[in-house]
Design a protein around this ligand. Sequence first.
Ligand SMILES: Nc1ncnc2c1ncn2[C@@H]1O[C@H](COP(=O)(O)OP(=O)(O)O)[C@@H](O)[C@H]1O
Ligand SMILES: [Mg+2]
Length: 393
Amino acid sequence: MLSPELEKPTLTPAEAALAEEPKFEGGQVGHYQLTDQLAVTGLSRVYSGINERSGEIVAVKVPEDPISRKLILAETVLHLQNSGIPHVVTVDGYGLSNGAPFLATRLQEGGTLVSEIKSDEDTHKTSVIGELINELEHERDKTMAVQSGTEELIDVPALMEAKEAVVMEHLPDVKEELEAHEDLKSTEAIEVVVEAAKESGLDIDADSAMARELTLEVLKELPKEPVRPDEAKIIQLSRVLYGAADGLDALRKRGVTHRDVKPHNIGIDKQGNGKILDFGVATRRRAAGSNVFGTWAWMSPQAFTGDIHPTNDDFALAMVAYRSFTGEMPWRLQDDPEQQHRHMAETPVQHPSIVNPAIPGKLGDVVMLGLSRNADSRATAADQRDVYASMTA
Ligand SMILES: Nc1ncnc2c1ncn2[C@@H]1O[C@H](COP(=O)(O)OP(=O)(O)O)[C@@H](O)[C@H]1O
Ligand SMILES: [Mg+2]
């Protein structure tokens, strides 16, 4: 899964009993006329809307479930306590509609950083294919090492024939199927390829070495190189990240940890400036070993263990930067948070400027420093911001 879950707080039975489906009939919430649905996140629904009193264009967030009612209330309070920060989205209004809280913020016309890096999104998928190839090659090497000295494992002419059949007839379908999986495992890729082989009249056992070899051959036919942002795109992304870094620095000065820094929560205004969105799980608490909140794909090692500290946001910001500038994640996304945590501890990160030579050294360096495992030596949001400022000056 590419969008890992947010761990939800639990409701008391009384709260659960009280909670009913909120209704937002007639496209009206408070004095906001709703227009289009912008997002459904599982916790909330966000609509674009218009403030009927002022004409202001807004995004209206309404809860999807009882838990998010609580989150929206807490989010509203935190916004009111921390208003007027230039690179944090501005609240336009809030209230209750049919008993459920809503929060209206000024619409970010440029959408979020997700749409900005969307052009790289296919890229991410093709890079996943590249990683699958590595994985399958690695597995094959292991098998060969174990079986060395015994017979040749694969009937090569049969393999080539099978590959021809799949490539000639089914390659586009295979590609589409693989892209439909957001985070691909090699076993799934093998199933897709074996299915295509069956359709060509070749019955191959999905557990066989032949199936793995065939998958490897077929994957190699697919494009795998991610498209790296060029210099112009890097400058454009730096404007967005400048705003995000500045917003986070201002929040830290007020003692706030955002806890869910990711591209979906970085808005972009009409001028292309970044703004921090979504105080859904933001907090002024500091803690160690508390419940884990946030989105694990972007989390620091300390956030995985339930620490609440702004240095976790510094790390997530650097994760976002790495993803934005290189077109790929610094660590390959694992199947669950525990695996991800372990994988990050064991696997060194490639310097972004090596992955994408268009990334200036000082920018690559600060992103690397932002990804420090040790929170004390990590580049802060302010450190990261200063580099963005020099990039966009
Ligand atoms: N002010 C805004 N302007 C533009 N889009 C917004 C705005 N607020 C939210 N959104 C969109 O709605 C999505 C969900 O809003 P968010 O506050 O992040 O809710 P959640 O807490 O459920 O993640 C965002 O990722 C973004 O795409
Ligand atoms: Mg969000």
